[in-house]
Design a protein. Sequence first.
Length: 112
Amino acid sequence: MGQITVFSGPERRRCWSKEDRVRILSEAFSPGACVREVARTNDIAPSLIYTWRRNLRRELPGPMFAEAVMADEPGPGMHGAAIVVDLERVGRVSICPSASPALVTAALKGLR
């Protein structure tokens, strides 16, 4: 049998602590997780999870970093590149060892 929550008084919304929000966000966006299932487990709307994530991203200072994966052997299309960046919506960017930091920075900023 499911749990029933009775709200009484003027306050009808639940107040989630920052720790609870971070826990739910970590669970929802962990590899292999389904946001809808996490929302159902915690008895909240999936849209609330996305709202919390958007608000948390606004609070974080500075640039966001992506996970780096080190390959033992060059993959197809790497042709001697020192760094290969796979961008979700743009494609793959190969950076050769002789590229200047200013050139790499300008190219990656241009792809935003």
